[in-house]
Design a protein. Structure first.
Length: 38
């Protein structure tokens, strides 16, 4: 049971945390470019 559902829950958690990772990455890039061009 655990071996088969582990992959599924991993994919679900990745899809759930994707927006957070994307926004944090976008925020870092925004701050980096702002500091560079200023």
């Amino acid at each position: 049971m655990r071996g088969t559902t582990m992959h599924y829950t991993d994919l679900e958690s990745i899809i759930f945390f994707l927006p957070f990772v994307y926004f944090s990455f976008a925020g870092v890039m925004y701050l980096y470019t702002r500091k560079r061009f200023k």
